[in-house]
Write a protein that binds this ligand. Sequence first.
Ligand code: HEC
Length: 204
Amino acid sequence: MRWLLTVVCLSVFVVPTYAEDPIEASVAKLGLSKEQLLKIGEDVYNTDGENTCLKCHGKGGTGGDQAGAADLRHPRTWRVYQALGGDDAFKANKEKFIKDIDAVVHDLIRNGATSWNLKFPKEHKEIAMDWGKVTVPDKVDKYNQMMKGITSDPMVKKVKELQEQFEKEGKKLTIQHIRDVAAVSDFMYVKTLDDGSAKGGVFK
Ligand code: HEC
């Protein structure tokens, strides 16, 4: 029996615990409340300058100045929604569907489309995306690389400010960790922009 116990114990260390959404998992460790995260997210989203969420997508998620930027009030029009199977998949299992959206979009916001296109599909084979189902014009098999997320200069500056803010509160976090916080909180805020119309109603 002892050998069996040893094998069981060892396997706990050897088998990696696989996280579908490592960015979410990294933020969960901090134990911040939803209210705290939403406040950070609103601040991150509304960063001033060129190539920011606000500039490209607009106040409240619409009317920004980047051609082809998704309307953030209308998640049913997003590439991720359609590639994951659209309304049918959403109805079939809302919880799993939204978990998959989270994993995809957290990475997209954190790392930008250029990095996402290169790495995400390879690293997350457990998330089945069918780009054939996407009706958003052009770049049908990948994201438009103008979706820069938090990688542009003003966004990088904002992330640094966030790090300083945490440090003042006695929490020393690495920039990589803060980038996770920025991505997760920002997307949490973006979900509140869903207008509940026929093109929305995914997060509300
Ligand atoms: C330089 C302009 C630009 C910036 C900065 C930018 N975006 Fe985008 N975003 C885009 C474009 C363009 C798309 C459409 C991508 C596509 O359809 O391939 C997009 C798509 C999205 C989507 C929908 C994803 C999908 O599956 O269709 C979300 C959500 C999003 N952006 C959130 C954000 C947030 C939050 C920020 C700030 C951290 C941000 N974006 C910064 C241009 C930008």
